[in-house]
Design a protein around this ligand. Structure first.
Ligand SMILES: N[C@@H](CCC(=O)N[C@@H](CS)C(=O)NCC(=O)O)C(=O)O
Length: 311
């Protein structure tokens, strides 16, 4: 199998979710550091427009969104499973809540004035301003939840999560870890790494002990790779053959030109020829001058696809 190449940056919570899954599954991977704000020319060369973090690359196949990345890793390394029976469906549903509602509540709580200097590491006021402008544009200036709302809602979520551990089980959904643990963890990790706000977790020692257990999975084995090298590797690789069966919900046939983009924020369309339209995945084939012929994959959940009508 070609190397797993992971494009990420250190303080990205969704990246931490996948780094820990590498540890959980004891995988080896190549680490490519990418910018946390636009422009990201090397990311866009691979994805065709998608700018969110992280992305995973295997040869000339690019995987967007951590829900899909987790599914791909599960196929590559089935044990230990992220979706153990009988909690497979429940774990995915809880993970989706954590990746959306819990994550944005944690972000709104953490980005409070008193914490600003500790969130993104050692950066200048100009860099902080550029970061704020980038994220406002990415979210089309949608207002962030106010601090009082975020505080109250986060406290309630923490009580609910704490209650899930009160029976003495090792993980959120029982004695086996699942995708739900990694999705809940990354949002709380973002809070815990900032001393000015981490205290909100102190009322929940069970959660802190559980967090230590998830952190102990580690990040697997990795080596650094330069992004130019990753692009070069894409250009000399051939995208994997499509094996999934076609599930039509759009009235769009395989081979048509489409755009695919998230349905919530960072609405950057990726255009290409539709090559996968399965029960839970979409993918387009596209050409890039630097990356060559690549297939860019997305999960169905959280994304929207449209036919490109010729002008
Ligand atoms: N649903 C996406 C969310 C990814 C996401 O929002 N990541 C954040 C960083 S943790 C992001 O993309 N921020 C903007 C950026 O990095 O450009 C996933 O699961 O991958």
């Amino acid at each position: 199998m070609s190397d797993i190449i992971f494009h990420h940056y250190p303080v990205s919570p969704f990246s931490e979710k996948i780094r820990l899954i590498f540890g959980f599954k004891n995988l080896s991977w190549k680490s490519v550091m990418i910018p946390s704000i636009m422009p990201k020319p090397d990311v866009v060369a691979l994805t065709g427009g998608y700018r969110r973090t992280p992305i995973m690359q295997i040869g000339a196949d690019i995987y967007c969104d951590t829900a899909l990345i987790a599914d791909v890793l599960e196929t590559l390394a089935p044990t230990p499973s992220l979706y153990p029976e009988p909690i497979a469906g429940l774990s995915k549903t809880l993970a989706h809540w954590a990746d959306t509602t819990l994550f944005w509540t944690a972000i709104a709580y953490t980005f409070q004035p008193a914490a600003m200097s500790g969130i993104l590491g050692d950066i200048t006021p100009e860099q902080m301003k550029a970061f704020g402008a980038d994220r406002a544009a990415m979210r089309a200036n949608a207002p962030r939840m106010s601090l009082p709302e975020a505080t109250g809602q986060l406290q309630e979520y923490l009580r609910r999560l704490d209650a899930m551990l009160a029976g003495g089980q090792a993980y959120l959904l029982g004695d086996q870890a699942s995708i739900a643990d990694f999705s809940v963890y990354h949002a709380l990790w973002f809070i815990r790494r900032v001393p000015a706000v981490a205290g909100i977790l102190d009322a929940h020692p069970l959660l802190l002990t559980w967090m230590d257990k998830i952190a102990a999975f580690g990040h697997g084995q990795f080596e650094k790779m330069r992004s130019a090298e990753a692009i070069e590797l894409a250009s000399t690789s051939t995208p994997a053959a499509v094996t999934s069966s076609f599930v039509d919900t759009h009235g769009i046939a395989l081979g048509e030109q489409v755009t695919i983009m998230p349905n919530d924020y960072a609405l950057d369309p990726v255009q290409g020829e539709l090559v996968t339209c399965s029960a839970n995945q979409l993918a387009v084939r596209r050409h890039d001058d630097r990356a060559g012929n690549v297939t860019v994959h997305f999960p169905r959940v959280g994304f929207q696809m449209k036919r490109v009508t010729p002008a």
